[in-house]
Design a protein around this ligand. Structure first.
Ligand SMILES: [Zn+2]
Length: 245
């Protein structure tokens, strides 16, 4: 790959501005009016993943939080502040958790290769792997094992979003954003929608639905498969608990 020089970044900026202004003389005046992005993108820090390029989105469309292996950490104040601002103030309509294949964080978690502090950061993914070890180890190739763990990781982070007080509050107020789990395949450039069903987590997260008729119809809800210890078991346990009460 050819890399730009630092000076080229600045000259590229000037030519890009000129191109934008040629198309719309008010382009930057409109940007300066403020932001109302419809999407919060939670992605990996990997340099190959600027979602704006892959989705042809413009400045002002994606509010962004990125970290190694796209973690939704319930103790990360940086992330929680981003989520709170996006949901409570910007009132974004969709949250996209976008993982990717060939992720260094996933490799570290799966193979236990020591890379310093990243070991600590990806430990929750290591735990996901250990919970699903039998399924993942049975896959025929290293690539398939890594890809599967990348998908399980996205599913787990989508579930984690429903554990945050921010999303719980939004559910309570009936203005929660739609949450999507995607995986980007670096080899093809294509995004795969994991089509994660989140309804079971919405119900379990929202006090609005406690003891409601929806809980009594849990059998009609089809939990998302494949997340370590997340949905089928917890949903059915919850139903049992509710029935017992
Ligand atoms: Zn990554």
């Amino acid at each position: 790959m050819k890399y730009h020089t630092i000076d080229e970044l600045l000259s590229n900026n000037q030519s890009w501005v000129a191109e934008k202004l040629a198309l719309d003389a008010n382009y930057f005046n409109k940007l300066a009016d403020g932001q109302k992005p419809p999407f919060l993108y939670i992605g990996c820090s990997d340099s190959r993943l600027p979602l704006t390029n892959f989705t042809r989105t413009e400045p002002g469309e994606l509010f962004v939080h990125r970290n190694i292996a796209n973690q939704v950490s319930l103790t990360d104040m940086n992330f929680l502040a981003v989520l709170d601002y996006a949901v409570s103030h910007l009132q974004i309509q969709h949250i996209i958790v976008c993982g990717h294949y060939d992720c260094g964080g996933i490799k570290t978690a799966l193979e236990g290769r020591s890379t310093g502090l990243i070991d600590n950061w990806v430990n929750p993914i290591r735990e996901l792997y250990l919970q699903k070890q039998q399924e993942i180890d049975a896959l025929p190739t290293r690539e398939a094992r890594l890809n599967r763990l990348a998908e399980i990781n996205v599913l787990a982070q989508v579930k984690n979003l429903y554990q945050t007080p921010i999303i719980r509050k939004a559910l309570h107020e009936q203005n929660a954003p739609n949450i999507h789990g995607w995986v980007l395949d670096i080899k093809t450039g294509l995004i795969k929608d994991l089509n994660i069903s989140t309804v079971q987590w919405q119900i379990l997260s929202s006090p609005l639905f406690t003891n409601s008729s929806i809980l009594n119809n849990m059998s009609e809800i089809h939990p998302t498969e494949g997340v370590a210890g997340c949905c089928c078991e917890q949903a059915s346990k919850s139903k049992l608990t509710t029935a017992e009460n």
